[in-house]
Design a protein around this ligand. Structure first.
Ligand SMILES: Cc1ncc(COP(=O)(O)O)c(C=O)c1O
Length: 486
């Protein structure tokens, strides 16, 4: 027992040190937190050979000094990363970083669980509220969620939850209508869920009102805030219980891999679930359900994400401004019938978006100390003349990449009806308001004038002006005598 006491006391001292350091970091501004996270010089010197970058142990497991230490570690009585399905040092720093960014200036304390993808984050979060009632397993279960969601989420909710598990998805068609939300809730509703701004149509709603509504019914409110990122909107400030991110997108902008995150505030509202789950939702997920189900993220992906997140605020600022410029250009174009971008004053949801989408800490940069609005780098537009014209324009892009992707440092576009939102079928797309002539564009950090030029020449195809470009027959990657001429 002497040995165990030694480990337990050391763990207490370490917990105190880490709590104090976390509190010190919490007093820093958003950019400082984004750059440093929880990784301290002290830890670098004591445990990581002085490395200025967070550790990346590509190791399945951790070794222990003796059986006492192993027993305490596996019983979660001392800090441990034991096995990389449960924890890993790189995962710890990414989770600490995202929790601090999401809780920034919200008055909340957050915890985070990172997962192998945005989809696994959604599943891991919602499954906790959907277990059958042990006393009455046949009791119906439902959840209320916006219909304007990413296509993968649509499939998870309609096919996996609905068709396979018999759990009803009650769709909110017009998420700005609070009466519609309320009319769908009953005593079997497990949670409210919304994606905002939504992919690809930029649906938006009054976060605080929906959170209040959920709490009135004793259930949690879950928000997928992938498109906004914590640099532009932190839903915990307005009463959301749980925030979902596809870290794959703007957080991890380089496009090096897939990752997801769940961030929760302490003491979430839920009439379903046990006490520990409600007290610290992500902490509970990490130690129990995620340990058993295994949706973990690899250490390499954690480090790659950490590296991109350091520049999050500045990127969201620049990319939002670029998107605004591109949107204004498209809004006036003769071949475009509709532009979905929340930053445009003409957008019906602009006023409500203005309330929530604010560049974090921007009040320190303006003369009048007023914060500035930024609306992110996702937009979409409808091409006049239907699906065929949209495809012609899409096929003519030269610099804008054709890919089912968004949030990249490079501009990327897709036609949702034939890609990200094809599986949900025509009826599902109708519910999600996705027409065949819609092009989704995620504007990157290039000079926006170049992207506008690309759009201009692509749209000119509809005037019959564009010649089809031919591909080079060899890649420029190899050496040839042409190399000498350069
Ligand atoms: C808003 C939103 N949520 C979730 C996801 C799913 O994330 P992932 O592709 O990382 O699984 C996506 C993917 O496009 C998305 O756009």
């Amino acid at each position: 027992m002497e040995g165990k006491n030694h480990y337990l006391k050391a763990a207490q001292r370490a917990a105190k040190w880490h709590d104090e350091y976390r509190n010190k970091m919490r007093k820093c501004k958003f950019d400082t937190i984004a750059v440093h996270g929880l990784y301290s010089m002290q830890e670098a010197l004591d445990f990581n050979q002085g490395s200025i970058i967070e550790p990346m142990y590509a190791s399945t497991s951790q070794a222990y000094r003796d059986s006492d230490e192993m027993e305490l570690a596996l019983g979660y009585q001392i800090p441990t990363w034991c096995y990389s399905r449960i924890a890993n040092p790189s995962m710890y720093y990414l989770e600490g970083l995202l929790a601090m960014l999401e809780e920034y200036k919200t008055g909340q304390e957050a915890s985070c669980l990172v997962t192998s993808s945005g989809m696994s984050a959604i599943r891991t979060a919602v499954d906790e509220f959907l277990h059958p009632d042990p006393k009455n397993p046949k009791k119906p279960r439902n959840f209320v969620a916006t219909s304007q969601v990413y296509g993968g989420t649509f499939q998870q909710f309609s096919v996996r939850k609905g068709q396979e598990d018999g759990i009803e998805w009650r769709k909110v068609i017009n998420s700005a209508d609070m009466k519609e939300w309320e009319s769908l809730i009953d005593e079997n509703t497990r949670f409210l869920y919304g994606e905002m701004p939504s992919n690809p149509t930029l649906a938006f709603f009054d976060l605080k009102k929906v959170a209040d509504l959920a709490h009135k019914h004793g259930i949690p409110f879950i928000v997928d805030a992938t498109v906004a990122t914590p640099a532009l909107m932190r839903p915990l400030a307005f009463g959301a219980d749980i925030v979902i991110h596809s870290v794959t997108k703007s957080l991890h902008t380089s496009g090096f891999g897939i990752a997801g995150a769940i961030v929760s505030r302490k003491n979430i509202t839920s009439k379903f679930g046990n006490k520990d789950m409600k007290a610290n939702f992500c902490g509970y997920l990490k130690l129990l359900p995620a340990r058993d189900n295994g949706p973990n993220l690899s250490p390499m992906q954690c480090i790659l994400a950490i590296n991109d997140i350091r520049t999050l605020r500045m990127r969201m600022d620049v990319c939002s401004e670029n998107t605004m410029k591109v949107s204004k250009f498209l809004e006036k174009h003769k071949h475009i019938s509709k532009v979905n971008y929340l930053g445009l004053e003409s957008h019906p949801l602009h006023k409500i978006a203005k309330k929530y989408m604010v560049l974090v800490d921007s009040e320190f940069e303006t003369k009048d100390k007023k914060p500035v609005n930024r609306y992110g780098h996702l937009m979409s537009f409808e091409v006049k003349g239907g699906a065929e014209n949209a495809r012609k324009v899409f096929d003519a892009f030269e610099h804008i990449w054709r890919a089912t992707d968004l949030g990249r440092i490079k501009s990327v576009a897709t036609i949702p009806a034939i890609s990200t939102h094809s599986q949900q079928g025509e009826e599902g797309r109708k519910a999600a308001a996705i027409p065949m002539n819609l092009i989704r564009l995620s504007v990157g950090a290039e000079n926006p004038d170049d992207m506008i030029r690309d759009l201009e020449q692509a749209l000119a195809v509809l005037d019959g002006k564009k010649k089809k470009s031919t591909s080079p027959e060899y890649s420029a990657g190899g050496a040839s005598s042409a190399t000498l001429r350069r």
